[in-house]
Design a protein around this ligand. Structure first.
Ligand SMILES: NC(=O)c1ccc[n+]([C@@H]2O[C@H](COP(=O)([O-])OP(=O)(O)OC[C@H]3O[C@@H](n4cnc5c(N)ncnc54)[C@H](OP(=O)(O)O)[C@@H]3O)[C@@H](O)[C@H]2O)c1
Length: 314
């Protein structure tokens, strides 16, 4: 499959490029952070520029577009709503229109952040109620994508995994802090259903082959608090759990309001791919395995970094 990938320098984008480059032909686009991924054609592209997006996809002529680029910093979106609207909503509309024009299937990345968090295990057919700018621009993006490309698949998710020198993930932050013996305060009153990014990529590719158009929750099979996630991660990596203390989200002065519960119901996607979404235990096991396999070093190599030690076992 010929895949055009926006946001190749991001957390999901780079993992997707490295995971898929052996089996597929990939053209990737970055913006501020140039990457050089072996076997992948990478170039600079501003996804907020409609003509540039159209000409890129017209040139690449992909079978599938995976649109991961955007402004994902929730506090940054709140501080700069115009930029958030340009990068999250307008860009998604440009990519969707150009993908349709090029005759390509589209996987558009949405989020678990769309609801107010007063309920749990949100289904795809529940009405979103965004409580911050990031969520509002991502919800607007869903509408714009469906208008421009009615055959698109919209993926709502929340993921962790190995990041890279320009983008640390939630799990990188926990592992890195605990390995350097830095204490962590984690929210016991914010719930989510995280999925390992590599599992997310596998499920999305399966959906792209078989699923009818529409919205799909592709998240982990287990709802838990951020505190419980950190504890499980520490245990799986044999790190010191006593460095983690629990805290309420109310004790942090964020600019953006945050939903207390972002958990998603994944029944719909699981039925299409024929398997349940992996739980945290399975995800963390694979996360550790991937470190042993050298994935962090392979990701860092895209930025010309020297290969990092393969594993810090202690
Ligand atoms: N991380 C999560 O858990 C999570 C949860 C829910 C939904 N999502 C969604 O999943 C997608 C991927 O998230 P992520 O965490 O992988 O994102 P990320 O690491 O923050 O990466 C964002 C990407 O967007 C690119 N970008 C920014 N401005 C651009 C521009 N003007 N033109 C072209 N590219 C631009 C960045 O490129 P440069 O760095 O080169 O500028 C980077 O590659 C997003 O749509 C996000 O909303 C993520």
């Amino acid at each position: 499959v010929k895949i055009a990938l926006t946001g190749i320098s991001g957390l999901l984008g780079l993992n997707a490029a490295v995971a898929l480059r052996q089996r597929h032909s990939i053209a990737g686009a970055f913006f501020d952070h140039a990457v050089d991924v072996e076997g992948v054609a990478c170039e600079r592209l501003d996804v907020g520029d409609r003509d540039a997006v159209a000409s890129w996809l017209d040139r690449v002529r992909p079978d599938l577009v995976l649109h991961t680029a955007g402004l994902t910093d929730v506090e940054g979106c709140e501080a700069n709503p115009q930029l958030a609207a340009r990068l999250n909503t307008a860009a998604a509309a440009h990519v969707a229109a150009a993908a349709r024009e090029a005759g390509a299937q589209l996987l558009h990345m949405s989020t678990d952040h769309l609801f107010d968090g007063h309920a749990a295990a949100y289904r795809e057919d529940q009405t979103p109620s965004p409580i911050n700018v990031y969520a509002a621009t991502k919800l607007d993006a869903e509408g714009a994508v469906l208008d421009a490309h009615p055959e698109a698949l919209l993926i709502r998710t929340n993921f962790y995994g190995w990041g890279h020198p320009r983008r640390r993930s939630f799990s990188d932050w926990i592992v890195g802090s605990l390995r350097s013996r830095t204490p962590l305060r984690m929210f016991h009153d914010v719930y989510f259903t995280p999925i390992l990014v590599n599992d997310l990529i596998d499920v999305m590719l399966d959906l792209a082959r078989t699923a009818p158009p529409g919205i799909y929750n592709v998240a982990g099979g287990e709802r838990l608090s951020k505190y419980d996630f950190a504890m499980k991660l520490a245990e799986r990596f044999d790190l010191d759990t006593s460095l983690i203390t629990s805290a309420s989200v109310d004790t942090f002065a964020f600019r953006a309001r945050r939903p207390r519960d972002m958990s998603l119901d994944t029944t719909k996607a699981a039925a299409i791919v024929g398997r349940p979404m992996p739980g945290v235990t399975e995800g963390l096991q694979r996360l550790r395995q991937l470190e042993g396999d050298g994935l962090p070093a392979a990701l860092a190599a895209a930025f010309g970094q020297p290969a990092a030690p393969r594993r810090d076992d202690h």
